[in-house]
Design a protein around this ligand. Structure first.
Ligand SMILES: *Cc1c(COP(=O)(O)O)cnc(C)c1O
Length: 428
């Protein structure tokens, strides 16, 4: 067994400070058991915990670190910028620079607004959609996560196309009732909901590549249908690209599927490991945001110069030729190495540089109801066995994994070897 003494001690202390000992729930290792590792440092594809154990990291801070840990260009940019001050609450050149970098290479949005998290981006996008349409109801999908704004913490009620029930204490029934929750990849459910609520629906929000509840890849035809039905009812389509943006390619899922949503939200990769979120849309839609329009949205640290500098450095690397092809090739190499080891107990779903180990007999999984909750027990065993072998996956079987440009072919081959041993152990 690897040494865990220091992490254990730090966790004991943390539990006296924070609920569950953490500042974001999934970090607590609840679904895989054991003590969360306290991370001391990261470099490239590797992280080191407080006890000095080294791991190849496939969590990558849950997605933001597409260049791996402490990439020299990103670190340099952060340090240099911080020397000239960390925040002004006034515009800086760096905001223009990051916006230019994004908008000059993205034909799906004309204007953008920077915020500080994915949650904030989604919350603002929904307010914008409601403000623009003058309507109240929103549709979301089971198995998609959009951050922790009240209106997004809603589950499907019983029965098709019923109004939502809150999935968190503290979210009022009044708020939950405005959110309709539908199954993914189901055109009929979408049709019925629009039929029933018609012009009450302000927007439909989806992760075009759902990657927060397993990796639930959608048929392009479903996304196209979604686009068209929104257009015909005058509802806005929001692509929540907090994971897929700048990850599936520089233009995210919109570019990958070539589908033009009304509003796109970003987070994670956009900030180079610092807290940045954003939302963007056509110019006439963005005109509704204050101070141009009457949809209010603001932020003390929005467009923070140090965070902008990190984003600029990271996205500049992403724009280099062949960047995404290389990432995809490595991901394919890893997936194709692992799939045969799983035999008929499961598969590896993957797209771009995102992958997910699915313990299922199905070839594809495209809605949350197709995930067998019992399969999480297998993931729990696999997770522990992989940690022992120096492979760090996010501590939940519902979470996807990420490959960064810092992961080498050698890392991938070492990982496949570790999987082989771990799977042998967990299947006996
Ligand atoms: C992570 C995530 C969010 C929330 O972003 P935070 O920065 O954690 O607030 C929203 N939507 C999607 C699709 C995400 O993956």
């Amino acid at each position: 067994m690897l040494k865990r003494k220091k992490s254990e001690k730090l966790f004991q202390k943390a539990k006296t400070y924070f609920p569950g000992g953490v500042n974001s729930p999934v970090r607590a290792f609840k679904s895989v058991g054991g003590v969360p590792l306290f991370i001391e440092k990261g470099k490239g594809s590797h992280i080191w915990d407080a006890d000095g154990n080294r791991y190849i990291d496939y969590c990558c801070s849950w997605g933001p670190l597409i260049l791996g840990h402490s990439h020299p260009a990103v670190v340099k940019s952060i340090v240099e910028t911080a020397k000239s001050g960390t925040s002004f609450g006034a515009p800086t050149r760096l905001e223009n620079e990051l916006a230019g970098l994004i908008l000059n290479h993205n034909r799906y949005i004309d204007k953008i607004r920077f915020v500080s998290s994915g949650t904030e981006a989604v919350m603002s996008a929904i307010r914008l959609a409601r403000g623009y349409t003058g309507r109240t109801k929103i549709i979301k999908f089971e198995g998609c996560y959009h951050g922790h704004a009240d209106s997004m913490l809603v589950n499907a009620g019983s029965g098709l196309a019923t109004l939502g029930i809150s999935s968190s204490s503290g979210v009022t029934e009044t708020v939950a009732r405005e959110t309709i929750v539908l199954p993914l990849n189901d055109k009929q459910a979408l049709k019925s909901a629009f039929n029933r609520h018609k012009k009450d629906i302000a927007c439909v929000i989806i992760e075009p590549v759902p990657a927060n509840n397993g990796l639930l890849l959608q048929d392009r035809s479903f996304l196209e249908f979604l686009h068209d039905i929104c257009a015909s009812y005058g509802a806005m389509l929001i692509f929540d690209e907090v994971i897929s943006g700048f990850r599936l390619g520089f233009t995210g899922a919109a570019g990958y599927y070539n589908i033009h949503p009304d509003i796109i939200t970003y987070g994670k990769v956009i900030g180079g490991g610092l807290p940045v979120g954003a939302y963007g849309a056509r110019a006439d839609v963005m005109k509704r945001i204050s101070p141009d329009g009457n949809v209010y949205q603001a932020g003390t640290l929005s467009g923070n110069p140090v965070a902008m500098a990190a984003g600029i450095a990271q996205l500049s690397e992403c724009l280099k030729g062949g960047f995404y092809d290389k990432l995809q090739r490595k991901t394919k190499r890893l997936a194709e190495g692992i799939i045969p080891l799983l035999k008929d107990s499961g598969t590896v779903c993957h797209i771009g540089s995102i992958f997910w180990i699915a313990f299922t007999k199905r070839k594809t999984v495209s809605s949350s109801s197709e995930i067998d909750p019992n399969s999480m027990l297998k993931f729990k065993l696999l997770h522990a066995a992989l940690l022992e072998r120096g492979i760090y996956l996010g501590p939940s079987g519902y979470e996807v994994a990420f490959i960064s440009s810092a992961h080498t072919d050698r890392d991938i081959d070492d990982t496949i070897k570790a999987f082989k041993d771990a799977i042998d152990i967990t299947s006996t």
